[in-house]
Ligand binder design. Structure first.
Ligand code: SAH
Length: 213
């Protein structure tokens, strides 16, 4: 199969799993998942709809889930977005094509430096990546229009809710590790927070503190 055919099939699979937003599909067409998957055994699986292992015992999410989460976030061109859980950097790269500014944090330094190198290579100047415990958000850059959490929290973290603008949206998987978790969309309105359950998902847990490796 040629690269172009593989891409076509990739986009077709995304559509058939409910990713229908044209801007999201466009961004996912432009960003090559293969750039974020380590060379070697998994490189040829980059365009299959499955999560894949990355460094530090973490995973790059399944493309259809990346698409559905991005779609649920409804990112606008002027938005300032925070992603918690940089991982490979794939999700942040997609967000960078849709938003004005993206901040992404991970608790693993090695993942952060790897993602930073890829963002530079791909010339995505509006993404900034930090090593940080993202459950505290990024107080210096807050408030945010959109917050995407790509690790499962037991509850939506309070500091993140507090860093959401009015009209802002947060998408976060909620639930215990090793069980089915629920993807939640939270919108901050003038009068409070609106919660909507989207679907069952499975993510690595949101852990406390910076990792030592
Ligand atoms: N969005 C990623 C996949 C994320 S996997 C991608 O596109 O590839 C989840 C990531 O969340 C892991 O890399 C893990 O290190 C990170 N993580 C877990 N708890 C965290 C925390 N408290 N703060 C920041 N990152 C965290």
């Amino acid at each position: 199969m040629t690269e172009a055919e593989r891409k076509m099939q990739f986009l077709f699979a995304l559509r058939s799993r409910g990713v229908t937003d044209g801007r999201v599909l466009g961004a996912m067409e432009q960003i090559n998942r293969a750039d974020f998957v380590q060379d070697g055994v998994f490189a040829d699986k980059a365009y299959e709809d499955m999560p894949l292992p990355i460094a530090c015992g973490q995973t790059i999410s399944q493309p259809s889930i990346v698409g559905l989460m991005t779609q649920a976030l409804n990112v606008q061109p002027r938005d300032k977005v925070l992603e918690v859980g940089t991982g490979s950097g794939y999700q942040a790269a997609i967000l960078s094509l849709l938003a004005r500014r993206v901040y992404t944090v991970d608790r693993h330094k090695a993942l952060v430096s790897n993602a930073r190198r890829i963002f530079e290579q791909l010339e995505l100047p509006n993404v900034t990546v930090f090593t940080a415990d993202g459950s505290h958000g990024l107080p210096d850059q807050a408030p945010f229009d959109r917050i995407l959490v790509t690790a499962a929290a037991e509850d939506p973290p309070g500091p993140l809710l507090a860093q959401l603008k009015i009209g802002g949206i947060m998408v976060v998987p909620v639930g215990q590790e090793e069980t089915v978790q629920t993807l939640i969309r939270v919108e901050r309105t003038e009068s409070g927070l609106d919660y909507k359950e989207l679907r069952d998902v499975r993510f690595v847990p949101l852990l406390e503190g910076i990792s030592r490796d």
